[in-house]
Design a protein around this ligand. Structure first.
Ligand code: ADP
Ligand code: MG
Length: 361
């Protein structure tokens, strides 16, 4: 994978920069979580510092358009942004040195999510280089991530480089001392990580909906608790009786539903976390949005933050939880990737990373 440091001369070069501005936005129009945007700053600053002319491309799911967010983006990045609404001839907006242009939500234009070749060709027109700095979408085969690399020399931005380095380190670290904490919902993207690590770690501490699925498969009656219909298929190939796979032994319940891990489980998980050398955490252990069911997530977050282990955490709700619960941010590395981080840790190939390796010269 070639990085922006490998581009020898950026002066006056037009760079199409794929960034990650996919942030939650409140009903008041305010960006609620600026972490992902802040993580883009280093690469933008580097490119501008090298006197490149930059047009940023990004998607956002919370709102339709970036139009009303430009002011906030400028404040967070500390830079003037020229907002571009039409895709035609976007390279022409990469004109003023020191300024950055931003194309409106790339998913508003047909062709992005279909990885359309003609769309990618039009996007690339007039640029000298393509830089991918959106790790969180690298597991998607989208035009501004994948097809675009057929038309421009492609390089990884500094965030993508850092994400890959950290997560590769997790895959390669010795099993001894490695502890995975896995919670949240979306079991179908979490189970592959459990499958990949069960024989390559000390323990996997499970909570959330994923734990409910495992309890169900083990034959425990979980009543109306949230679980997947197809728990058995989801967990195929995972030995649910494996002693390294820890599931809750007590719960906080409401209306018959398991909504958080209980005090005994918290104590057990704390012990594993304390003895770990490397901790990977994705997914809240309960319905943390409700104070009554936030204790498990809070206790685990605190235990990870204060442990001597290297910790690597990720997931949109996981990051929201540590901020909401006011847990000190003593984590080794916070990934911007949710699904992308999990896909990487499951040992899958990410289209966005593959295409940075096999791009058109
Ligand atoms: P992340 O974004 O960190 O990857 P997920 O999106 O997978 O995490 O899951 C977060 C959601 O899981 C939260 O909204 C939380 O309320 C929910 N959740 C956690 N535990 C439970 C539970 N026991 N029952 C229902 N929902 C749960
Ligand atoms: Mg989530």
């Amino acid at each position: 994978m070639r990085t922006i440091h490998d581009i020898t001369d950026l002066h006056n070069k037009k760079v199409l920069l794929r960034v990650d501005f996919d942030v939650p936005v409140g009903s008041d129009g305010k960006i609620q979580e600026t972490f992902r945007i802040q993580r883009q700053k280093e690469t933008i600053d580097y490119l501008i510092g090298q006197e490149a002319r930059v047009v940023m491309v990004a998607h956002i799911s919370a709102v339709d358009s970036f139009r009303d967010l430009v002011g906030q983006l400028q404040d967070i990045l500390g830079r003037s942004i020229v907002f571009v609404e039409k895709i035609e001839d976007i390279a022409a907006h990469a004109n003023d040195l020191g300024m950055v242009a931003l194309l409106d939500n790339i998913r508003r234009f047909g062709g992005e999510t279909a990885n359309d070749i003609e769309f990618a060709r039009a996007l690339a027109e007039g640029f000298d280089f393509y830089v991918n700095n959106d790790f969180a979408v690298c597991h998607r085969n989208h035009a501004s991530i994948s097809a675009i690399t057929q038309f421009l020399p492609a390089y990884a931005g500094l965030l993508v480089v850092e994400e890959v380095r950290q997560l590769q380190g997790v895959l390669e670290a010795p099993a001894l001392g490695k502890v995975i904490v896995m919670g949240g919902a979306k079991a179908e993207i979490k189970v592959p990580v459990i499958r990949n690590f069960l024989n390559k770690c000390d323990a996997i501490l499970v909570g959330g909906v994923v734990a409910n699925d495992i309890l169900k498969v083990r034959g425990v009656d979980i009543g109306p608790s949230l679980a997947d219909e197809n728990s058995v298929q989801l967990l195929e190939g995972v030995n649910v009786q494996d002693t390294k796979l820890l599931i809750p032994t007590d719960y906080v319940m409401d209306g018959g539903k398991i909504l958080d891990i209980g005090p005994q489980t918290i104590a057990t998980y704390q012990t594993y976390i304390k003895n770990a050398k490397l901790i990977i955490w994705n997914g809240p252990l309960g319905v943390f949005e409700d104070e009554r069911f936030s204790q498990g997530t809070k206790a685990v977050a605190q235990a990870i933050a204060t442990s001597g282990a290297l910790s690597i955490i990720g997931g949109g709700d996981t990051i929201a939880a540590i901020h909401k619960l006011g847990v000190s941010e003593q984590f080794g590395f916070i990934s911007t990737g949710g699904g992308a981080m999990l896909a990487f840790l499951a040992g899958e190939h990410l289209p966005g990373l593959d295409s940075l390796q096999n791009f058109h010269e």
